[in-house]
Design a protein around this ligand. Structure first.
Ligand SMILES: [Zn+2]
Length: 189
């Protein structure tokens, strides 16, 4: 009676290992079967509601495995005055994004929105100062307005949403401090 269990377990481990290696192709199921809805709610987003819609569109266009739509409240969008923008991820695709109104006057509000949603979609910060990298956040300076994830960033989101093992391995986390106040007027890069 224990053999089937062990076999199932080994099959799961093998699948997870292959997934980690990125060697599993999506021909095991139609691509549409992997698409997961990320339902966001802009009712509390105030002046940033339209940016949330734009950011969702960007993520939808750049990925294959997610569909962001205003179909529920898995992801709540808020705004505040001061304290900094942040993302609070409760699990992959779930949580809240808070946009700091003042920060959004220094940095591109669309880049902030797309970046913070990126955290909800599983991406960590990557403060390398490269404007082509969405998750570099404020390290790319206030002049950087790029709201698009890089190919690698989008692929990572697809990878996370494409495999159940990766989805469940995505831990709750709060991401703050991505948009530091510019030190001086000359500190731009
Ligand atoms: Zn961040």
């Amino acid at each position: 009676m224990r053999l089937p269990k062990v076999t199932r377990f080994l099959a799961t481990v093998a699948t997870a290992a292959l997934a980690a290696l990125g060697t599993v192709t999506v021909d095991v199921a139609p691509a549409s079967a992997a698409v997961r809805n990320v339902c966001y709610n802009t009712s509390q987003a105030g002046p940033f509601a339209s940016y949330a819609v734009q950011a969702a569109s960007i993520w939808n266009n750049r990925t294959n495995n997610i569909n962001m739509a205003q179909c529920g409240s898995n992801l709540m969008i808020y705004y505040t005055y001061g304290g900094g923008s942040y993302a609070q991820r409760t699990s992959l695709g779930n949580g809240r994004v808070v946009i700091d109104y003042y920060q959004a006057q220094q940095y591109s509000p669309l880049r902030i929105m797309t970046h913070e949603i990126g955290h909800i979609l599983g991406l960590p910060d990557n403060y390398n100062g490269n404007c082509a990298i969405l998750m570099s956040g404020g390290s790319a300076g206030t002049s950087c307005t790029n709201p698009y994830p890089s190919t690698a960033e989008a692929a990572r989101v697809d990878q996370l949403f494409g495999f159940a093992a990766a989805r469940s391995a995505t831990t709750p986390q709060v991401f703050t401090g991505s948009w530091p106040a510019p030190a001086t007027a000359g500190a731009q890069r």
